[in-house]
Design a protein around this ligand. Structure first.
Ligand code: FNR
Length: 355
């Protein structure tokens, strides 16, 4: 039987040549939110490497929404140009360029991992962070400012403006980052959202900002292009956001026209207990797909071709996102095609390596 991992996936007007996506991964290499040649080579080589979809790292909709000072951003028009060049290269490799739009909320203003990953103090180049409630992720950190109504409106309009720029930059897939304890997830989770207004408390109130952001993005994102959302299916902590709520939210997102839920987990609170092992997040993708009929992406410790093939063949997910394995092997798509004895097009410059 021919490989299902290498079967095309059509979503709206876009056809991915296979089910292999590069998971969004911060490179901590931008200056003032601008992409540079690192991003061109990093993203470009993964496109040459056979992935059907290359999703650019969490790209901040505002300067204050960056996780680190070195995150990519799309809060000003000048940031579009380099991304346009990168995207044109990705398309030239018969791959599809995607972007993840994000706001880090209370997890913003942190150093890159190789600089220790700690929160950067205000007097050392850090900045005030915002959140649903004035509660830090970690006791040791500065307390974030609870967003007021106008702050919430700014977040929504920043997502809208960044989406407009993403269209101009030539992205063909847009993913909203509502996972990993960043701003939208902070509103979703009862462990970080203690608001008493219409944005906190009940399930309907906690999902309100996410739905408003989805609507703002959709007001700029072409109807015929795929819209994804990444969620954390569970907080892995008592009293937290859970898979039942993820299913409920996914049902609503499907009705609103979101095409695919990229199913990750965790990140809301520091006392989470995650049973990390291969495929540990796949059952969430499977249940969301089964219960709602929306397409899902599976991610997390999926590292080899046969493992990915099984997930697609058994209908647990529609797309596989590869993170660290694609850092180890940028040519993952080509490697996996060989392993699954599937014929795929190689870059013509590399054909002699096949003989
Ligand atoms: C990540 N991850 C991540 N996730 C996300 O939604 N947006 C992001 O920008 C990042 N950044 C990031 C940077 C680096 C260096 C790593 C290793 C990871 C998480 C990533 O997309 C993926 O979900 C996890 O790494 C789990 O998948 P793997 O690595 O087990 O395939």
């Amino acid at each position: 039987m021919s490989s299902q991992l290498f079967s095309p996936l059509s979503i709206k007007s876009i056809t991915l040549k296979n089910r292999i996506a590069i998971s969004p991964m911060c490179q901590y290499s931008a200056v003032d939110g601008f992409a540079n040649d690192w991003h061109l080579v990093h993203l470009g080589s993964r496109a040459s490497g056979g992935a059907g979809l290359v999703i650019q790292e969490a790209t901040s909709v505002s300067a204050e929404g960056r996780i680190s000072p070195e995150d990519l951003g799309l809060w000003k028009d000048e940031q579009i140009e380099k991304l346009k060049q990168i995207n044109a290269f990705i398309v030239s490799q018969n791959s599809v360029p995607g972007i993840q739009l994000a706001h880090a909320g209370r997890k913003a203003s942190a150093a890159s991992p190789w600089n220790g990953g700690r929160k950067i103090p205000l007097n050392e180049g850090g900045w005030e962070t915002v959140a649903p409630s004035a509660i830090a992720y970690h006791q040791s950190e500065n307390t974030p400012i609870a967003l007021d109504k106008s702050g919430i409106q700014k977040v929504i309009s920043d997502f809208k403006a960044a989406t407009k720029r993403a269209v101009q930059a030539g992205f063909q897939v847009l993913e909203i980052h509502a996972a990993h304890g960043y701003l939208l997830h902070q509103f979703l989770s009862p462990l970080s959202n203690f608001r008493t207004d219409e944005y906190g408390g009940s399930f309907d109130n906690r999902i309100r900002l996410t739905l408003e952001v989805v609507a703002a993005v959709q007001s700029e994102w072409p109807n015929n292009l795929p819209l994804f959302i990444r969620i954390s299916a569970t907080d892995w902590a008592d009293g937290g956001w859970n898979n039942e709520e993820s299913i409920q939210l996914s049902k609503i997102l499907k009705e609103k026209g979101v095409d695919l839920v990229d199913v990750s987990s965790g990140g809301a609170v520091s006392h989470q207990q995650i049973p990390v092992e291969p495929n540990y997040q796949v059952p969430f993708a499977e249940s969301i797909k089964k219960e709602t009929g929306i397409m899902t992406g599976a991610v997390g410790l999926i590292t080899d071709a046969a493992q990915a093939e099984e997930i697609i063949t058994s209908g647990k997910a529609d797309l596989i996102l590869f993170g660290r394995e694609s850092l180890r092997d940028p040519y993952l798509g080509l490697t996996f095609a060989d392993e699954l004895q599937t014929d795929v097009e190689w870059p013509k410059q590399y054909l002699r390596a096949k003989i």
